[in-house]
Design a protein around this ligand. Sequence first.
Ligand code: M6R
Length: 364
Amino acid sequence: QKDGYEHFMLKEIHEQPDALRHTISPRVKNGLPDWSGDGLPKDFFSRFERIQIVACGTAMHAGMIGKTIIEKLARIPVEVDIASEFRYRDPILTGNTLVIIVSQSGETADSLAALRLAKQMELSTLAIVNVAGSSIAREAEHVLYTFAGPEISVASTKAYSVQISLLYLIAFTLGQEKGLLSEEQVRVLTRQLFASAEAVRGALRLQERIEMSAKSLAGAEHLFFLGRGLDYALACEGSLKLKEVSYVHCEAYAAGELKHGTISLITEGVPVIALCTQTALLPKMLSNIKETTARGAKVFVIAKQGETISQDVADTVLLLDDFDDLFMPFPAVTVLQLIAYFTARQRGCDIDKPRNLAKSVTVE
Ligand code: M6R
């Protein structure tokens, strides 16, 4: 069942290129997004002026990526909420809001309650779900299934990648329907989305180097993930994954926020994983990294081939194949998943079933 892999987590990380293709292909016809197979009415997305994404854990982090991409390409406001907060905060939502619930299992209690609340408010609901026939899939007005196949490891990996792939396709569709993207631009973006599967393969080729780097992370007591923009959303996911499976305490920080308190925790030898996949934000990231190296941090940089990262700012540099900034979350999250996996392995943790955790959280 594990197909020769030592753990389901590693197997599922490696399944991402196929999972992506299986999820994206049915929604593309003649090179353009097409939702007819999902039963969405024509021009479904164009009627909405706002989007509210609600989810938990990794699925919520996928929502953070979705927010950035949709707002960038379609210029409509997107809010992302943790389901357990959303349901009790008496949210202000108007009739032209689409509520998107993201859930691998389709059974997460808080996400299901958030869906029910949205329905009570008579809002349109769309679920992005992996498990067919699950409660969220049954109760949402519309469902988009991700085709990742069963995810056995408690740590969610391939589900995240396919969830974001659908949020990208929604962004392309909205961008075109709102008149902000031409058909030709959407074709190019859709081709790049398909190419993200290959970019993930490129990241998987770094596995050996990541395994080596994880050796020096395994002894850490605290660790920081830093990023800006899409890289901040990725930092949140990288930090959750590492905590969940390796039990190393870590925090994700928007790099610009360091100076507002957290930098006091950076001392000699503290590892910092700095995500630098966004070319436009690289100079800012490099100056944040220098602030940490000046205080003795041991810095691991994840960047793109072709970027110049000097030896004096980073102890380790992992370079991913060059790819459009917008699509870097696909290979970058793969690196973060591998970092979590190999750190946990080095520490001898029960990787597929971390302590105190269940695959699906069906109670509040
Ligand atoms: O099944 P769901 O996607 O609704 O689950 C949400 C979270 O419980 C889940 O993503 C959790 O955070 C993962 N174990 C993280 O790896």
